[in-house]
Design a protein around this ligand. Structure first.
Ligand code: AMP
Length: 279
């Protein structure tokens, strides 16, 4: 695997590979099996897989979150190589932002709800970095995790509005044995917080059964939030049951062919997100 740090080097290595079948996996590093599932999917579907490891400052609305974000570049490169990645791109902030990025993207309502409301500017920062990375790599396919369910809708909206010729591929959430969705931020949890964080996914997966037994949307949402309110370590930002295409809340299961429940909850100081597909 090649490790490159500049866009010029990245592009000359991609050119040398002599293929347009390029799969791309953008990450912020501190890699785990969730990220590696994306790499492996890309390796199986493309001639060349490129991964980026870059903690993007413009998508952090909370400076302390950026400061404490875990950084493990050596381990990341070893994991990427072992998963079959062809090129690892680890740019500096100056390389990606030689000038401050003043672009504002019109990402539609999918960027305004849920995370958009609680993390102002976050998705604009995501669109800034992902568009720069797409221009640099020019991938045929790009792989994103369903853990960041809303992010996928936002990226698809960006790709449509910029007419970028890249196929966006969503990959399932990889979880710990406890059910906790794997996340780089999990390494910031204390042992006790991690045990508690495992309780986030339980009401989510049970609520799918509850829904299948006939519970309505409001009842199902109440089932999930009730399950979390009993735990003093949690502070719920939101639990919303939304239509997959608009990300707007539904009142009835018949309102959309595909419906997902999305949660954001603080476990101590660490904010975690997760989701469950109902249909
Ligand atoms: P991040 O490094 O957190 O920006 O994540 C990079 C990519 O990996 C994003 O597309 C995430 O959705 C994806 N990802 C992170 N955690 C998981 C997981 N547990 N399962 C599947 N994909 C994930």
């Amino acid at each position: 695997m090649e490790i490159v740090r500049t866009i010029a080097d990245l592009q000359s290595k991609i050119k040398a590979a002599g293929t347009t079948e390029v799969g791309f996996v953008p990450t912020m590093g501190a890699l785990h099996e969730g990220h590696l599932s994306l790499i492996k999917r890309s390796v199986s579907e493309n001639v060349l897989t490129v991964a980026s490891v870059f903690v993007n400052p413009t998508q952090f609305n909370d400076p302390s979150d950026l400061e404490r974000y875990p950084r493990t570049p050596e381990a990341d490169c070893a994991l990427l190589a072992s998963a079959g990645c062809g090129i690892a791109f680890l740019p500096s902030v100056e390389e990606m932002y030689p000038e401050p990025d003043t672009r504002t993207f019109d990402l539609g309502t999918v960027a305004e709800v849920m995370e958009g409301r609680y993390r102002p500017g976050h998705f604009n920062g995501v669109a800034q970095i992902v568009s720069k990375l797409f221009y640099a790599v020019q991938p045929k396919r790009a792989y994103f995790g369903d853990k960041d369910f809303q992010q996928i809708a936002v990226i698809r909206s960006m790709v449509r509005s910029l007419n970028l010729p890249v196929e966006i591929i969503a990959c399932p959430i990889v979880r710990e044995a406890s059910g906790l969705a794997k996340s780089s931020r999990n390494t910031l949890l204390s042992a006790e917080e991690k045990t508690n964080a495992a309780l986030i996914s339980q009401p989510l997966s049970c609520s799918r059964e509850f829904m299948r037994q006939g519970a309505g949307v409001a009842e199902t949402a109440a089932f999930v939030t009730r399950g979390l309110q009993n735990e003093p370590l949690f502070r719920l930002d939101y639990y919303e049951i939304v239509a997959d295409d608009t990300l707007l809340p539904v009142k009835d299961w018949n309102e959309s062919a595909h419906i997902t429940g999305c949660i954001a909850v603080y476990c101590g100081k660490i904010r975690l997100i997760d989701n469950v597909h109902y249909k």
